[in-house]
Design a protein around this ligand. Structure first.
Ligand code: FPP
Length: 251
């Protein structure tokens, strides 16, 4: 992860927006539909948000597609969630390639089927030269397990004699995370009314702004994204410094 020089305010559009796509199940329940259809509607919402992102000056968009904790859901729902990347890439990958979207799939490949892994790898490969929008899909991802694997990598480097414990600093640690090379998110959006981070980008969110919205993910659209960005732009990002003219502010 590149450590970017902090900007004093959030008045510029965010560079990196991350979204916890929540509320698919409730959306389906309210319509007396199976949860499966809520997740499929969630893919439609993702499509619309990805299309709208460049016009809102978003350069990096990171979305939470499947968490390491989602394995505890009923097998049929897990199977549906595992099928969502195929549903998305079958319909959208050609357009993503054409529109300059670079796709990365963050998270553990371990535990995913061989077919799914080769599809994710192919999507990354086909888009690797793109630079207009960087789309990270967190899939089989957990913030804590990502931190643990980063710690293991560094511990291994020490054990192999390639590093000393005192060589470790924030930048080096960040380079071992699955978000290495990305700027930290400026804004995390969580729709559906829940006020939690749910093990998403724990390290990366040290100074991220949060916007929570009362809309279920399948109903989320470019208008909600634009509203969240407007809220973000009204924030005063201080990175632990003080507000101009306010010597008592500490964070
Ligand atoms: C949480 O809602 C949502 C998920 C676990 C899945 C999110 C995935 C998508 C929206 C599509 C992903 C697309 C790709 C390409 C991977 P929930 O089911 O927990 O909703 P609830 O809280 O209302 O029950």
């Amino acid at each position: 992860m590149t450590v970017h020089k902090p900007t004093p305010t959030a008045s510029d559009p965010p560079l990196h927006v991350a979204i916890i796509m929540d509320g698919n199940g409730r959306w389906a329940k309210r319509r007396s539909l199976p949860r499966t259809l809520g997740h499929r509607a969630g893919v439609e919402a993702l499509r619309a948000v990805v299309s709208a992102a460049p016009d809102l000056n978003i350069r990096w968009l990171t979305v939470f597609g499947f968490s390491t904790e989602n394995w505890s859901r009923p097998a049929a729902e897990v199977a549906e969630l595992m099928a969502l990347p195929k549903r998305y890439f079958d319909s959208d990958l050609d357009r993503l390639v054409r529109e300059g979207v670079r796709v990365r799939v963050m998270g553990q490949r371990e535990g995913l089927s061989a077919d799914l892994i080769s599809m994710l790898d192919a999507a990354e490969l086909r888009t690797q030269a793109n630079d207009a929008l960087h789309l990270q899909i967190a899939f089989n991802y957990g913030g804590q397990s990502d931190i643990v694997q980063a710690a293991r990598k560094f511990a291994q480097a020490v054990a192999d004699g390639q590093a000393r414990p005192e060589d470790l600093d924030e930048a080096r640690f960040a380079n071992n995370l699955s978000t290495a090379g990305l700027p930290p998110p400026d804004l995390v959006i969580r729709p559906s009314g829940e006020l939690r981070l749910s093990n998403f980008l724990l390290w990366e969110c040290a100074y991220t702004e949060f916007v929570f919205q009362n809309v279920l993910w399948p109903d989320f659209g470019p208008k909600n994204l634009a509203e969240a960005i407007e809220t973000y732009k009204s924030r005063d990002r201080r990175y632990g410094g003080t507000v101009a003219d306010d010597a008592f502010a500490t964070s």
